[in-house]
Design a protein. Structure first.
Length: 291
């Protein structure tokens, strides 16, 4: 399934909301990156043909139509009925993979819209589209605000649906990914006092260097080297403050014999030098002892 990232930095403008009934349905659409539609299919299976998508949508389902490329929608036989809401986009849609859906769904200024919602999950969208059509074609005051409010309800529902579907699909992948990441972090924890190479971590985990590097970044948001450095420096900070040893001595405890390199690393990851860090800890300890 395809997913699309929709920017909500500006309020969309709804230009169309209607119910279409016909004994035959065959429509072609030109490319228009600024337009999109959410369609509920009331009656008749719909086929969609475009350069990247050739699909069938069941009666009772929801289609999200990105107009990024020309397409044809048609019903081969029987009576057809659908309800649609069309809106203008601030910027072109971005296509997302399932993994990207899980990374981006918490960003409040975006919605994630699936290409398709199966019938068993489409009733809420149907209900809201009916409300939009009723309000859009009325003479009520504040029509645009009411329509946008309902449209955002659809966006919220479709975003949640997209995340749930992506999680279902990725469950097995995540379990496998987490297993390898746990093996990697376990090896690093057991060998903090040694010089650790990514190749050694990968060999222990039982997968290739490149594969582990990609999985580890997905799991932790950092590279294996960054994680190793962070863990070593966390231990170094503990050593120089609790055991009162020098940075050089602490370096030997974590497999880093070059004190100048360790000093640069310390400042890079902590923002201050080891000397400044120790002074800060002493000050904090004094303040706490006098409270």
């Amino acid at each position: 399934m395809k997913y699309y990232l929709l920017s909500l930095k500006k309020i969309p403008f709804v230009y169309m909301a209607h119910r279409h009934i016909n004994d035959t349905y065959d429509s072609s659409f030109l490319r228009s990156e600024k337009r999109a539609q959410i369609v509920f299919i009331e009656q008749g299976e719909v086929k969609r043909e475009s350069r990247d998508i050739n699909a069938k949508y069941k009666e009772g389902s929801v289609m999200f139509l990105s107009h990024n490329e020309p397409m044809r929608l048609y019903c081969e036989k029987g009576r057809h009925c659908h309800m649609t809401v069309g809106f203008m986009l601030e910027s072109p849609l971005t296509e997302l993979s399932e993994m990207e859906v899980l990374k981006r769904h918490s960003l409040g200024e975006y919605a994630i819209l699936p290409e398709y919602v199966e019938p068993s999950f489409a009733s809420k969208v149907e209900f809201i589209i009916k409300k939009i059509i009723s309000v859009f074609n009325s003479s009520d005051t504040g029509v645009h605000l009411k329509v946008i409010s309902y449209l955002f309800d659809i966006f919220a529902y479709l975003t949640n649906y997209s995340v749930e579907k992506a999680m279902e699909s990725q469950d097995n992948s995540y379990s496998k990914m987490n297993l390898y990441c746990r093996k990697a972090t376990s090896y690093i924890a057991q060998h903090l006092s040694e010089k650790i190479t990514v190749q050694e971590v990968a060999a222990f985990s039982g997968i290739s260097y490149g594969y582990l590097s990609n999985l580890f970044s997905e799991c932790t948001g950092m590279t294996i080297v960054e994680y190793i450095n962070r863990e070593k420096l966390r231990y170094v900070k503990d050593l120089i403050t609790t055991r009162k040893i020098t940075l050089e001595e602490a370096g030997l405890e974590v497999g880093i014999s070059d004190v100048k390199y360790l000093s640069r690393l310390f400042k890079k990851y902590n923002g201050i030098t080891s000397v400044e860090y120790k002074k800060l800890k002493d000050v904090n300890k004094h303040i706490n002892s006098t409270d």
